[in-house]
Structures are given as C-alpha cells and as structure tokens.
Write a protein of this length. Structure first.
Length: 305
C-alpha cells in the first residue's frame, strides 16, 4: 500500500465512483482501481460495497475513511511546515478567478509571481460562476463578496468601490446624466449572475437611497463582456473600480454621477480548508493586497472614484 493509494481512496469515497475519482486525479481508471485493491488487501477488509451501478462505503470504510483523511492532513501539514521553515516555494497554484479581474489584472500579476518563484506552476480557471472547490479542482478562489460558507477559510484583500461608468463618446451622444431619473433614460449594460438579471441599481447620496430599474439591450454573465461593451460606447454599466481601473486611468470611460454611489463590494481570497492555506497562498495574499492598494490609491488620488 502506497501513501498515494490513500489519496485515491478518499477521492473514490468523495465521488462514489472509481472512474470519476481517476478523472479528478488525472490517472487511468485501472490505476485507481489497483490502488483501491492494494489498500483493501493491506487492511484485510473491503472499504466499498460495489454493485453494477453504484458504489458506497462499507461499514469498515465508514470507520476507516475519517481517520485516514485526518492522517493525510496531518502528514501534509507537517510537510508544509518543513517547507515553510526552509523557505521553499514550489508546487502548483490552482486558482479560480472572476472573468474581468482575472484576465485584465490578476493574470499579469501571476506572471510576475511565476518569474519570482520559477518552481511554481499555474493552473487558472476563469469564470464568473460559483466555484465548487472539489468539482472544479482548485485550491483557492479570488472573488468579489465575502464567503457565505462557514466552512471556508479566507483573507479579505480590500474594499472595492463600484462606479457607474460610460465611454466619453456615449456621454457626448446621450448627455451627462445628473440624477438617477436621468440615468433611467440610458441604455443599461446589465450583468447576469445565476440567471438573475441585475437590472435594479441602488445608489446612495447623503445617506438617501435611490432605487432605479434600468432598461437595456445587452446583458451577459461575463463581467469582461460588460466592460468591453461599456468601453465601446454601447451604454452605461455598474462595475468594480478595480475592473475599470485601467480604463478610468486611460480615459476610456468616465465615472458618471460620482455623488450617487453604488454599494461597494469586497475582494476575498478563499480556500476550502485551513490546511490548504500554504506559504504560497500567504505570499499571493500579500501580493494581491499590495497591488490592489496601489491601484485604488492611484485612482483615488486622481479623483476618478
């Protein structure tokens, strides 16, 4: 029985399928099946009850698997402690990123990180969809909004103001809106998340809330697409000031009605467990905090937010 065999056993228990576990671990089904057989032979007990269509834990498996999982976590943590004490930064970064932020800001920062730590490899997943850490095989996610799952562990990177923005060409043609009522006459570039169209915007001025419902001829579940429409002069969007920072600084878009502020958001680096917070994760956390602080300070100093 090999240590790696135990990792296969845990994945088979998680997916209730040897084939699915093998796919997740990037190995052949026959290799995963052989690992299961070696562990069961070593223990002298079957860990799984197999039928033609289903696989479930046996009574022995239900007793063995939790202790096996804890033992592997202890060994992994001991390994990480040694590597951290030795200053070793290597391994693979498996990170999920939101579309706009990931493509336009974070990926260049990760390029810098890989140059500084050449023993590190990167596997990035870019999507605005909710992340399932086990299904999507990622170790961390950089996302807007604080974690809503108490089992997750995370680091707040920064508070992020949001802006109502449009291109100078669109403002020239449509006119600069002075209040929320005038904003309702603009073409809304709308973001859609989990089939929910975000067409109702809440703006605050002097502690007074204004709710407006936008109409628009464009909507997308990809934040980067919404940003591109905005820069191309197709209408008005509410966006993270981080996502729009380069365009704000370049004059590609302008902040409309700065006295009326959309609700700000937060940027978090989230991990599925405490054990997954490695020295590499901490270094990335520090880099993300430093980079975002610099950008937000720059656009504030120029009066863009």
């Amino acid at each position: 029985m090999l240590l790696e065999d135990l990792q296969v056993i845990l994945k088979v228990a998680e997916f209730r399928s040897i084939t699915a576990a093998a796919t997740n671990l990037d190995m052949r089904t026959a290799t995963a099946s052989a690992a299961v057989k070696r562990v069961e032979a070593s223990l002298g007990a079957e860990l799984f009850v197999r039928t033609t269509r289903h696989l479930r834990l046996s009574t022995a498996g239900e007793r063995y698997l939790p202790q096996c999982e804890q033992a592997l976590k202890t060994l992994e943590q001991a390994k990480l402690n040694i590597r951290e004490d030795s200053g070793i930064i290597d391994g693979e970064i498996r990170i999920a990123l939101s579309s706009d932020l990931g493509r336009n800001l974070i990926n260049p920062w990760l390029d810098e990180f890989l140059t500084q730590y050449p023993k590190v490899a990167l596997r990035s997943s870019i999507s605005d969809s909710n992340i399932d850490f086990y299904r999507d095989s990622v170790d961390m996610a950089l996302r807007y909004g604080s974690p809503n799952d108490a089992t997750m562990y995370g680091f707040k990177i920064c508070d992020v103001p949001r802006v109502i923005c449009a291109s100078p060409d669109y403002v020239t043609k449509q006119g600069m809106p002075k209040d929320p009522k005038a904003l309702m006459e603009c073409n809304g570039l709308l973001y859609q998340l989990q089939d929910i169209l975000q067409d109702e915007w809440v703006l605050t001025q002097d502690n007074t809330e204004h709710k407006i419902k936008l109409r628009g001829n464009r909507a997308s579940n990809d934040g980067d697409i919404v940003r591109r429409w905005c820069v191309a002069g197709k209408g008005v969007a509410i966006k993270s000031s981080l996502d729009m920072s380069s365009d704000l600084l370049a004059g590609n878009v302008v902040n409309l009605m700065p006295d009326y502020k959309p609700k700000s958001t937060e940027l978090w680096l989230v991990c599925p467990s405490r054990q997954s917070i490695t020295p590499t994760v901490r270094l990335l956390r520090d880099m993300f905090r430093e980079k975002t602080e610099t950008i937000l300070a720059t656009i504030r100093s120029k009066g863009l937010i």
